[in-house]
Design a binder for this molecule. Sequence first.
Ligand SMILES: NC(=O)C1=CN([C@@H]2O[C@H](COP(=O)(O)OP(=O)(O)OC[C@H]3O[C@@H](n4cnc5c(N)ncnc54)[C@H](O)[C@@H]3O)[C@@H](O)[C@H]2O)[C@@H](O)CC1
Ligand SMILES: [K+]
Length: 642
Amino acid sequence: MAFTESQADSERNGASSTAATERMQTLLYAAWDTAAVRSMEQPLLAQGVPLMTMAAQAAARTVLGVLADKGIDGDDLRVTVLAGAGDNGGDGLYAGAYLAARGYEVTAIATGRTLHASALDRFVQSGGRVWNLDPSSDIPGCPTGFTAGEAGRRLEAAVNYARESHVVLDAMTGIGVTGALRGIPAALASSLGLDGEPPEDIAVPDAQRTTELPIVVAIDTPSGVGVDDGSLPGAYIPADYTVMFGAMKPCAMLPPAAYALGHVTLVDFGFDLDSADPAVEMVNAPFAAEAIRPCQKEDSKYRRGVVGLVTGSDQYPGAAVLTSLAAAHSNIGMVRYMGPSRPQDLVLHALPEAVIGKGRVEAWGVGSGVPSTFDEHQERDEEDADAVQRDLQTSTISALLAHYALSRAEDVLDDEEHDSSRSPERYVTGRFVDGDDLADAERRDEAAFAMPPIVVDAGALDLLPANVPSQVVLTPHAGELARLLTRLGHAMDADDVTARPLYCAKLAARLTGATVLLKGAITIVAGSFGGAMRVLVSGRAPACLATAGAGDVLTGIVAALLAQQDDQIYEDPACVPEIAAAGAYLHGRAAAIASGSDQRGWVRPRLYGAEDDYPLPVTSTGHPIVAGDVIDAIPFVFDELG
Ligand SMILES: NC(=O)C1=CN([C@@H]2O[C@H](COP(=O)(O)OP(=O)(O)OC[C@H]3O[C@@H](n4cnc5c(N)ncnc54)[C@H](O)[C@@H]3O)[C@@H](O)[C@H]2O)[C@@H](O)CC1
Ligand SMILES: [K+]
């Protein structure tokens, strides 16, 4: 297997320790929510830094760069600015003014009742024209009080004008949006764009992406996307390019909104990034490398970490093999496998190094390839040999997971550390029952916190106790998470999870106390500690990783990383989401190497002004792979990460 220069290489090389490089890494791989962005811009605005004109100039220059790259020039270029009433519209008008001053035909379509006054002045002085859609608008030089019929005709004319433009600047709303677009912005967006569904061409390489006109350039964010939660709550216009200001917003990293931003250019305003915690962090190569335990001179196989696996079944024996091989190739000392005789034999055949049966482990991986008891329960035939075998796995897993059951939610436990008036009524579930001794419950809780980290996948998700500590890592796909949340009283289906993955991952983390790794083209990891939620994402995987058995490989990799970092986890359980997210990165990168693909779920933004630092282009989706190919590529990822 051969691979040439990878993004992982450049990411790692780029991580040299100058302050400027560190700032760049932070800017490109972390995102702040709206409240944090506003708090970071405040000191600069107070000093009179002209953020709006800086933003607009960067947007206009980005447009000029795109046009030049595409060889689109001439005096007759048409630009449409969809301009809202807020500061996002102000950015758009200033950018439009800049382009109008270059001689382009620029028309602003006012989508609200007003326009940013000084931006409008500059726009008009530079030769821009304004077209309003709202009969009750109050915009100098624009008609008011026209009929509903005329309003409809103006809207239609605006849509047609935008469609026939070379460039559309989408400046209807930015971080000031609330909920789904309404009114005129919604009507424009649904005519020009989509209604809540993600764009279909997300895996298509660069070369095929942006041939169509108009080129849509979103100002700060595509108008109407869920800026902080990455949802697509209604109509929006998918962007070919997004010029984002000050700091990355969560929508640039979270699915499905992240797929709607096109190529992102980030404009650094000089925010004090240490003054607010990021809401989302994207795993990159240096980050993932932290989860790898370097070999030490005096290592033994036990010190390097032992992974215990209760995976596979007679129905799905391959999962036992895939989890075992993936774990064994992920820098640990040993795999212990537990399961029925058929998968056991297959594991030994594929991995003679595996040890069968119980013993000390540093981390567990359970449930991959174990059928769900939930949806099959009804039809189960007690005499059926499969069912008996499956019960062996489910009963082993249930017994193991019982050791992780907390008497109450971890947050409640945290609160109670500062609360002398502990009351048994606050115990929400599980192992504390009426008449039980409080001290016994506390002892069992302590023992649960001291259990090794565990990856809970597939069929084991149905066996999860109500409250568990955060070293329990759930690895559901959308359907499994929907089933879990439904069981916990939040009825939903896989589509609901896909539409709001951040919300669902956080909800499951909050309800169970576990760290939740929601698999997808961009994988989301959410873990809660002392009431604070940490969110990490990995977008390293190519689309071709969506193949049978890939989830089993992930279980093995994550369990192995947890096993080699068990000391660190005992000291600081807050690192569990980091290790889980690093596992998702390794998994995705291995698939990229295996398939020869440079396509991935997420491409890092370009930093405005850093001319020599473009993200590598996406040229190939690679060749199809099977899960075993991903395992074969794991050692190459360890080579890269060092
Ligand atoms: N963050 C920063 O440092 C900077 C931000 N600036 C810009 O300012 C923007 C934020 O400006 P604002 O706070 O004025 O807010 P926005 O301009 O993003 O949004 C407010 C406008 O959108 C309308 N609106 C809100 N929700 C709507 C919905 N659901 N349907 C239809 N219309 C809706 C409101 O009526 C209002 O007119 C940023 O996104 C960015 O573009 C820049 O000017 C410069 C610096
Ligand atoms: K916008």
